[in-house]
Design a protein around this ligand. Structure first.
Ligand code: SAH
Length: 244
């Protein structure tokens, strides 16, 4: 078995935010595997086979990547942002755990700039104090657990990054998440909507949570809810380093 499997993050969109390590892995690859819009960000070249697949095909995609690597190919599985943040790395390891025949594969995980960090940098420093990240998709976990984590994150006074806030198949979840946060006392908190960060469609908007409307978010938006001390310095938004 001479192949290798690399799990890489392409960053939030701008090619300048692809790390040199990931660029080198892509330049050396024979095969790139991933969700169609992410594979589309990899330039075609001779000798490189692109394997694009649909959303929600994570386990099939991981198994395909492992089969190719086991056959001696140099495979890169791509995710947007960081591959370990609500992305393909966990799917690959789930597959590996269940598949003893692949446990000898050489695997590397290459980090990328995750959406919340790119969005935070645009706004200022809203993640400058303790924070957490919550995936609002209830495809793989019950909605009751999402509500519990939102309530406890609010109580703990974390800044909260919300990934996958709203999709066509889940139009109601984000509206409920905003209600839960209001009930938990977060109405005054500065809330940042960062859409398509680092792409030509980038749009950043910030307002108190009480004025946030569900339609402000879609699947290309990350929402950062500040902590109770998050404030403005001119056009910038930041979390002070000391807890209040
Ligand atoms: N692995 C990715 C996250 C995948 S989940 C990462 O580390 O960033 C997909 C969610 O990430 C989207 O619904 C959105 O909430 C967020 N996201 C990804 N890219 C983004 C971008 N350029 N701008 C804003 N949000 C983004």
């Amino acid at each position: 078995m001479t192949g290798a499997l690399t799990i890489a993050g392409l960053g939030p969109g701008d090619a300048a935010l692809i790390t040199p390590e990931v660029a080198a892995a892509l330049a050396d690859a024979t095969d790139v595997v991933g969700y169609t819009p992410y594979v589309a960000r990899v330039a075609a070249r001779e000798g490189l086979v692109l394997h694009a697949s649909d959303n929600r095909q994570e386990l099939l995609r991981a198994a395909e990547a492992m089969r190719l690597a086991a056959a001696g190919r140099r495979v890169v599985v791509v995710s947007s942002g960081d591959p370990g943040v609500f992305a393909m790395a966990s799917a690959v390891f789930e597959t590996l755990e269940a598949s003893p025949q692949w446990q000898g594969l050489i695997i590397r995980v290459l980090p990328g700039v995750t959406a919340m960090l790119a969005a935070a940098a645009r706004a200022g420093a809203p993640l400058g104090h303790d924070f957490c990240a919550i995936n609002l998709s209830d495809n793989l976990k019950p909605w009751s657990l999402i509500e519990k984590r939102l309530r406890l994150a609010a109580e703990a006074d974390f800044a909260i990054a919300l990934y996958n806030p709203r999709s066509a198949s889940r139009p109601e979840g984000f509206a409920r998440a905003l209600e839960v946060l209001k009930e938990a006392g977060c109405s005054d908190r500065i809330t940042i909507f960062a859409h398509a960060v680092t792409t030509p469609e980038e749009r950043i908007e910030a307002l108190p949570l009480r004025d946030a409307r569900p339609a402000m978010a879609d699947m290309r938006t990350i929402v950062i809810v500040g902590n109770s001390a998050t404030r403005r310095a001119g056009r910038w938004i930041y979390a002070p380093r000391r807890a209040s």
